[in-house]
Design a protein around this ligand. Sequence first.
Ligand SMILES: O=C1O[C@H](COP(=O)(O)O)[C@@H](O)[C@H](O)[C@H]1O
Length: 238
Amino acid sequence: MEISIFKNPETTAKAFADHLCKKQHDVNRLNIGLSGGSTPKLLFEILVQKYSDKIDWSKLHFYWGDERCVPPTSGESTYGMTHEYLFQHLEIPEENIHRVLGENNPDKEAIRYSRLITENLPSINGLPQFDLIMLGLGEDGHTASIFPHQMELLTSKQICSVAEHPTSGQKRITLTGSVINNAKEVCFLVVGEAKAEKVNEIINITGHCELYPASYIKPTHGELIRFLDKAAAGKLQL
Ligand SMILES: O=C1O[C@H](COP(=O)(O)O)[C@@H](O)[C@H](O)[C@H]1O
């Protein structure tokens, strides 16, 4: 596991953008799973401003680690946010964008999206393998849409499942912990003081994945990199 700590959210997002830029240089295709929430917005802005002509966007195939079950036009849609901050500013072939159809029936969509991933990605250890999965960390320790006390979503051998937000009850589609841990590389992007306590807990408290779902994420054969800013790493005991 690698932990990289940067001065502020901008330098953290810039480091992640650099990492992505280097990775795409060496390959013909990069299957990447994106995260949602507010943290990726800054990364997307930096990618648009500083990397639009440094990255060969036709090599990148975009999927999502999780999505809310809402139409793409909803303010809560992760695809909608990604389109607003990233896609609409770049020349990305439409066939490279593999969005979760949040407007569909959640159970049927989890099956459809699982099938799509299986068809498009190589299978390693009996599960699809992403080249890179980007993850965030919720203040409650969740990652993707796997919230505390949802162990079955971590260990399930399915590819995607329907999840439910613990307080709002909003339905979501999420990759399972098994698929995330089968990736070649998983990168957490976490910034801000509000995440500091959980960052320390998910790294240092072991054996309590039901309380800290993000602590379950340890790629079986791949790399784990945590991009943190100083504030998010503020309570980290190493
Ligand atoms: O609900 C979600 O939250 C997490 C963290 O989001 P952030 O706003 O704190 O950056 C995110 O990683 C996940 O994809 C999203 O659905």
